[in-house]
Design a protein around this ligand. Structure first.
Ligand SMILES: [Zn+2]
Ligand SMILES: [Zn+2]
Length: 122
């Protein structure tokens, strides 16, 4: 039995990871950064699938900071907003994308609550 982090050391994952990094031109898909450490992130998990067996659409190159933010998403609202942001069709609904991005930003900086409506006092 190998743990998930053992599996990520497998050559099969390293190959898949490289393919995704090349597809995304070694650039964070979320913020466009090219300097920070990049992660290949699984957008969702399928029970019983090996990390390298996922279809490419499930895998996204994101930088260290965006990756931490992604894993910090807790509420369904945040996850929904994230999915809108990460939609591969970059031209889709630019206004929705823009407002989602600012809501997520406010939430991550702790200014609004998880419903994205109440302003917290510091
Ligand atoms: Zn991840
Ligand atoms: Zn990023």
């Amino acid at each position: 039995m190998s743990t998930y982090s053992d599996k990520l050391k497998s050559p099969k994952w390293q190959k898949k990871r490289l393919e995704i990094l090349q597809r995304d031109k070694f650039t964070c898909f979320n913020c466009g950064d090219k300097e920070r450490t990049l992660h290949v992130h699984h957008e969702s998990y399928i029970n019983g699938k090996e990390p390298w067996d996922y279809p490419d659409e499930y895998l996204t190159t994101i930088c260290d900071i965006c990756h931490k933010n992604t894993h910090a998403l807790k509420t369904e609202f945040e996850k929904f907003a994230y999915r809108v942001l990460m939609c591969r069709d970059r031209d889709a609904e630019p206004e929705i994308r823009l407002s989602m991005r600012s809501i997520i930003h406010l939430q991550l900086s702790g200014i609004v609550d998880s419903e994205g409506c109440k302003i917290k006092r510091k």
